[in-house]
Design a protein around this ligand. Structure first.
Ligand SMILES: Cc1ncc(COP(=O)(O)O)c(C=O)c1O
Length: 399
């Protein structure tokens, strides 16, 4: 049953022959529906309808439509998610709104496993507000015990981009609420990777990427969630015309749209948004619990094979699959060269400095045969010391 499901989803992707793609945690593979949709938007909508397509092709409603479709994957009700901008920008929107809700508290609390952009955006927000806000960072393991009533906003990424370590979202959200803090989750490595229950957890805000497990394509629009009952109290800092109550009334002063639409800022990138919309078709009929089960089985199989044959590599991800997202990371001092050698042999993962080799398992298009091939190739690269070849040592800009 589940084999049939994933055979069906695999057939919806256009992957090059001979490639094992284990980097869906960074850039998801391309669904054929995305290509067909972008072609259609170019040829029929832009090409023929021209500006009329904002209405006739529904461009104007794409951010809400795509937001609702993502919402269905992350436990968010209709009207609580809007797609657009990047994760960094959406985090700025969430953080500025959350700090206003949490005033007079001034502490943004996060952890050292967070993705740098989240921490950098928080630094920028503190500077911009100029009212003594500060960013406090602790180790991921210390978040729960270090939270206290001075915290304005707890801002965490559920799954650590380096190690795949997964926070307990429900527990930490409850703890944040008990301290009177506003909770923001970055779901970049969660949305489309496993079931998420934003409403069940009581999260206040969430953001995430469209180009990872959602397969929306390079630079795909991101998304932002705001708890429905908070929406009327959110005063957007990026108060752009598309978030106005009546964008085409062109009033001189900003009046926010009544609900999640106020988190829109400017004109959406329609072609990218259409690609993401079409990519989400792949998730139709997919049980996210079955997907999670499969992702764990694939990851466990990979870990078992590598640990049995490659003692040079140390598992950097938690051993307990319940504490991992959908990626497996290994530490290896020669990881950069080893990953380049592996990629040259058609097995694509990636590398994060100083020594982390990352492998993402997206069951929509990765199966057990691919895991076997990837493990065999990696063992060959390490045993044959192929990482030592000069062509694999030269660093690319993107690792
Ligand atoms: C947790 C997390 N947040 C944010 C981002 C990136 O944000 P943006 O799409 O704005 O570049 C990434 C990228 O990998 C990420 O892992």
């Amino acid at each position: 049953m589940s084999d049939d499901l994933f055979r069906r989803t695999r057939a919806m992707f256009d992957l090059p022959k001979g490639v094992v793609y284990l980097d869906g945690n960074s850039l998801g593979a391309m669904p054929t529906s995305a290509r067909e949709r972008v072609r259609r938007e170019l040829d029929e909508s832009w090409g023929r309808q021209l500006i009329r397509a904002w209405n006739s092709a529904g461009w104007i409603d794409l951010p809400a439509r795509v937001g609702d479709r993502i919402g269905a994957l992350i436990g968010a009700p209709k009207g609580s998610v809007i797609a657009g901008d990047s994760t960094s920008i959406n985090l700025f929107k969430a953080l500025t709104a959350a700090l206003e809700l949490a005033a007079p508290r001034r502490v943004i609390f996060s952890d050292s496993g967070n993705f740098p952009t989240d921490l950098y955006v928080a630094e920028g927000v503190c500077r911009l507000l100029g009212r003594g806000h500060e960013l406090k960072i602790v180790d991921p393991e210390a978040v729960e015990s270090a939270l206290d009533e001075s915290v304005a906003v707890l801002m965490l990424t559920e799954v650590d981009y380096r190690t795949g370590r997964r926070h307990d979202m429900r527990l930490l959200t409850e703890k944040a609420k008990a301290c009177g803090a506003v909770m923001i989750w970055d779901l970049a490595h969660s949305a489309g990777a496993f079931p998420v229950d934003l409403v069940g957890c009581g999260a206040d805000f969430a953001v995430g990427c469209g180009y990872k497990y959602l397969n929306g394509g390079p630079g795909a629009p991101a998304f932002i969630y705001v708890r429905p009952d908070l929406q009327p109290r959110v005063a957007p800092a990026l108060s752009g015309w598309m978030g106005h109550a009546a964008p085409f009334a062109f009033e001189l002063s900003y009046r926010p749209a009544p609900a999640i639409e106020r988190l829109r800022a400017g004109t959406p990138p329609v072609l990218s948004m259409a690609a993401l919309d079409a990519a989400l078709d792949v998730f139709e009929g997919v049980d996210m619990f079955a997907l999670r089960k499969r992702s764990i089985a694939l990851s466990e199989d990979f870990i078992r094979r590598i640990e049995a044959e490659c003692p040079e590599l140390q598992l950097a991800s938690p051993r307990d699959p319940a504490e991992r997202g959908s990626q497996v990371s290994f530490r290896f001092a020669e990881g950069y060269g080893a990953m380049q050698a592996l990629i040259a042999r058609g097995v694509i993962g990636d590398f994060r400095a100083p020594d982390v080799m990352r492998f993402g398992f997206a069951p929509l298009y990765v199966g057990f045969a691919e895991v076997e091939t990837a493990a065999r190739m990696l063992v060959g690269v390490v045993r044959g010391r192929l990482w030592d070849r000069p062509e694999y040592r030269a660093r690319n800009k993107v690792t």
